[in-house]
Design a protein around this ligand. Structure first.
Ligand SMILES: NC(=O)c1ccc[n+]([C@@H]2O[C@H](COP(=O)([O-])OP(=O)(O)OC[C@H]3O[C@@H](n4cnc5c(N)ncnc54)[C@H](O)[C@@H]3O)[C@@H](O)[C@H]2O)c1
Length: 319
């Protein structure tokens, strides 16, 4: 039985990943280690309560002694590291906790990985590479790091630490840098769920600036499939960029949401841009494609399903 410790498994991508793993594998035991911050939703994984292959452990990744105890006691073989402070807007208001969790927390995990000789996969973001102009070539694994927000700077620092532990101590690690995820279970602070729930509440969709900022959107289940592939077929020590091959501006997303939710375009409201707002992220994922990766989700279908999910959640239906 493969014993995997997932950090941040009560968050958006971690919870989707745990669901994906239990759907795909019969011989996996998962230890979900999560501090339960404001971003966690224990309901996300309620279906697994009582399942003998699933264990929830409330803990902070900065608590080295406790994490070490959990890894040792349960004979963990692999750590997949999702736990992070993940919202750029919050990092502008309060950067400190981003360094504590994303940088020092990752460092604490790396010391555990080194001590127990574990397989480690580090989840990161394309935001570490900075911002592209409209006609620049997409980022790939060789792109220079040029983070622009406290969030992306903290993720960049964590990537550098992982790379340094691979190089210096030979830990068995891989890194992935992925574009913006969408899909069920995401916290309502983020663009797509916030826009959908604002419409459901009778409020407007709020778009920074003119909404020209472009992101490379991937369905969270495609991200999970990519992580699984890297975990099982990726080369130790390597970084893989993950893309949905789906560049969309914020205003395009907002227009799709109002169209699919059958409300007027006047429900889109433009507000003052946030400081240091990156213009464009885009990813060339040919390295991952060489492992056989193809995103399965078509954006419009994925967005329709996501709208249905938030409608049910809004109505208080079990999901
Ligand atoms: N959401 C995206 O679009 C996206 C894109 C690329 C990469 N990522 C990366 O993927 C990972 C997961 O993102 P997400 O959107 O699921 O985040 P999220 O904010 O939804 O969830 C984060 C989870 O981490 C937990 N956590 C926070 N601090 C912790 C700590 N100190 N110790 C233990 N647990 C802690 C929280 O309780 C929460 O359950 C992050 O590393 C993020 O940088 C996210």
């Amino acid at each position: 039985m493969e014993k995997i410790l997932v950090t941040g498994g009560l968050g958006f991508i971690g919870a989707n990943f745990i669901k994906y793993m239990f759907r795909k594998y019969k011989d996996v035991e998962i230890f979900n280690y999560d501090k339960v911050t404001y971003a966690a939703n224990p309901d996300n994984l309620k279906e697994f309560e009582g399942k003998k292959e699933y264990h929830f452990i409330k803990g902070d990744i900065n608590n080295f002694e406790f994490l070490d105890y959990v890894v040792n006691k349960n004979k963990i073989g692999t750590i997949i590291h999702f736990a992070a402070e993940s919202h750029v807007d919050n990092s502008i208001k309060n950067p400190n906790v981003f360094v504590e969790t994303n940088v020092l927390g990752t460092m604490s995990i790396l010391n555990i990985v080194k001590r127990h000789n574990l397989r480690f996969h580090h989840i990161s973001t394309d935001e570490v590479f900075g911002s592209l102009g409209f006609s620049d070539k997409p980022f790939d694994e060789t792109s220079c790091y040029d983070p622009k927000s406290p969030y992306s700077a903290s993720k960049a620092a964590s990537d550098h630490l992982v790379r340094s532990y691979i190089n210096t101590f030979g830990i068995k690690a891989t890194i992935s840098n992925c574009g913006n995820n969408y899909g069920p279970l995401q916290h309502e602070e983020k663009l797509i769920p916030k826009s959908i729930t604002n419409i459901l509440k009778g409020e407007n969709i709020l778009i920074y600036g003119k909404g020209e900022n472009i992101r490379d959107w991937i369905h969270v289940q495609d991200h999970c499939r990519a992580i699984d592939l890297i975990l099982h077929k990726g080369k130790i020590g390597e970084t893989y960029c993950i893309s949905g091959r789906n560049e969309k501006s914020n205003i395009e997303i907002a227009r799709m949401i109002v169209r699919l939710m059958k409300v007027s375009q006047n429900r889109i409201e433009f507000i003052k841009d946030r400081p240091g707002h990156d213009l464009r992220y885009a990813i060339n994922d040919s390295k991952l494609r060489s492992l056989g990766f193809e995103p399965k989700y078509d954006f419009e279908t994925g967005l329709k399903e996501t709208i249905e999910y938030y409608k049910k959640k809004h109505q208080g239906e079990s999901i």
